[in-house]
Design a protein around this ligand. Structure first.
Ligand SMILES: Cc1cc2nc3c(=O)[nH]c(=O)nc-3n(C[C@H](O)[C@H](O)[C@H](O)COP(=O)(O)OP(=O)(O)OC[C@H]3O[C@@H](n4cnc5c(N)ncnc54)[C@H](O)[C@@H]3O)c2cc1C
Length: 311
């Protein structure tokens, strides 16, 4: 969908298919990604393949690979612009008659018997046959307005961007050191890099913790030392929206009410197809794909298929 974004919306997604390179340190990680590749090939992703550590080093000069058990590379993976994609879809929706109200917090839901029949904001009361909770990390308080307990927790993630840096190729892949979650990719003329921080408590604090930069560069020193010669230009913190099994909640919640939230840090890449499936579900009566792993009631029912590859 991103590759055909201009055809669909008339705007660019700034989609660059530089590939995703996963570096795997332990034998267990190598085996897990070998299992993933079997699944990916079965589903038609034929171009994902294993690499030796030496092949990974040839792809990203400066990489330290002597401790690696293996790697995988998928050349059709890539990077797209969140701003471009969001505005591309918003503008296309407006052309089709959609009205988008910005800076308009939800005040509450309108209910008709057991059904949700719309929402209330300070701007208007809006009647709707279908209402979707898609409030990202803030979805739990939105659900609580209807007495629903949605297991979605905000959690801060930080990333850093450097000044122009010529020791990374513009076509260098998104490189992910799976064991530590340290990742980097070209961004403009510089590098964008980050890492997860298991010590971050849940919460909606999005201030930048500059002390964290030292911990990321300590990992970079062992995996991709050239980064230490780059100058960090800016840092940014945003929120992951984690669920207990790191899978989203997608589907009906009650009559007239749906949810698409809790993407656990993977919502940008999943957004186009989730939008398509949800629209299909509303208009055709089925999502056209098996979304049982995302069923909102799976926690109570104990039917979990946890996502194991959270970066
Ligand atoms: C540092 C970082 C890096 C990431 N990298 C990636 C990546 O590489 N790939 C990837 O796929 N994902 C990535 N993500 C995750 C991705 O950004 C999210 O999963 C995605 O944005 C979630 O989309 P969403 O539409 O569910 O929620 P959001 O984009 O958070 O949108 C929720 C919307 O609801 C609105 N809202 C909330 N409460 C209310 C209310 N009460 N009333 C009215 N409106 C309300 C908000 O204003 C917001 O506009 C990253 C996240 C972070 C923080």
């Amino acid at each position: 969908m991103l590759a055909d974004f201009v055809g669909e919306t008339g705007q660019t997604a700034d989609f660059r298919q530089v590939g995703y390179l996963f570096l795997l340190t332990t034998e267990a990680e190598r085996q897990r990604f070998a299992d993933n590749m079997v699944l990916q090939h079965r589903l038609g992703m034929q171009d994902v393949h294993p690499l030796t550590p030496a092949q990974a080093r040839a792809m990203v000069p400066g990489l330290i690979t002597d401790d690696l058990a293996g790697a995988t590379f998928c050349p059709s993976d890539g990077l797209a612009g969140p701003n471009e994609v969001t505005y591309g879809y918003a503008n296309a929706a407006r052309r089709l008659g959609a009205v988008i109200l910005e800076d308009t917090p939800l005040d509450g839901f309108v209910q008709s018997g057991a059904s949700v029949s719309g929402i209330r904001t300070r701007a208007a009361e809006i009647q709707a046959a279908d209402t979707v909770i898609c409030a990202g990390p803030w979805s739990a308080p939105v659900g609580a307005m209807l007495g629903k307990v949605l297991p979605i927790e905000p959690s801060r993630r930080q990333l850093f961007v450097t000044d122009p840096f010529d020791r990374i190729r513009r076509q260098s892949p998104m490189t992910i050191d799976f064991h530590t979650s340290f990742y980097f990719h070209p961004e403009g003329d510089g590098v964008l890099f980050g890492m997860s921080d298991p010590a971050t408590p849940p919460g909606d604090d999005v201030s930048v913790d500059w002390a964290f930069l030292d911990r990321v560069t300590a990992v970079a020193e062992r995996r991709w030392p050239p980064l230490l010669d780059a100058r960090v230009k800016s840092a940014w913190a945003g929120l992951y929206e984690n669920t207990p099994d790191f899978q989203p909640l997608v589907g009906p919640l009650q009559s007239g009410l749906w949810i698409a939230a809790g993407f656990s840090g993977h919502g940008f890449m999943m957004a186009p197809v989730i939008g398509r499936w949800l629209a299909n579900w509303m208009t055709e009566g089925n999502p056209s794909a098996d979304l049982a792993a995302f069923a909102p009631d799976r926690f109570a029912a104990g039917r979990l298929q946890p996502e194991r590859n959270v970066v």
